[in-house]
Design a protein around this ligand. Structure first.
Ligand SMILES: [Zn+2]
Length: 157
């Protein structure tokens, strides 16, 4: 993952919601306002009334084994520095979730994988992330720490 795209491409585990302060259309100040009863307060521009919807973010990841050991990566950047995680990251707008899972796995572990079935879809109240995890199998490459990882390891699964 290239630097400078961190806000978008950064690893997704543990991210909180960003705090936007200015309207992307006119630069006016954003304020929290209930637009529709029963829905959460929205960020609304005090100048042009633009509603800045904070949509969920989709994360794609893979779980796979090498010699019956689950491959995990140790994070080299915040958030969750030093934590062991499965390969994964944000899906780009216009990119398929499956393509993102393969791409992120390659970027972070230097392995080419073929996707199997979806293991699960995970989301948590208060978190912007919707995490789609695929089972995968390795079809090429050699395991090493790629972008944002300091260590790659195969832990007993
Ligand atoms: Zn505005």
């Amino acid at each position: 993952m290239a630097h400078g795209k961190e806000h978008h491409h950064g690893h997704a585990h543990g991210h909180g919601a960003p705090e936007y302060r200015f309207c992307p259309k006119c630069g006016g100040g954003l304020e929290r306002r209930v637009v529709k009863n029963g829905e959460p307060a929205r960020l609304v521009c005090s100048d042009c009334a633009f509603i800045f919807y904070l949509d969920p973010k989709v994360v794609a990841g893979t779980v796979f084994t090498i010699d019956r050991r689950v491959v995990l990566l140790r994070r080299g950047v915040e958030p969750s520095l030093g934590k062991w995680v499965f390969p994964g990251g944000y899906v780009d707008r216009g990119e398929s979730v499956a393509d993102a899972a393969v791409r992120e796995t390659k970027e972070e572990s230097c392995l080419d994988v073929r996707l199997g079935p979806i293991v699960g879809v995970y989301s948590y109240a208060g978190s912007p992330n919707v995490i789609v995890v695929y089972a995968a199998e390795v079809v090429g490459g050699e395991l090493s720490a790629g972008d944002e990882s300091v260590e790659a390891g195969a832990l007993p699964g």
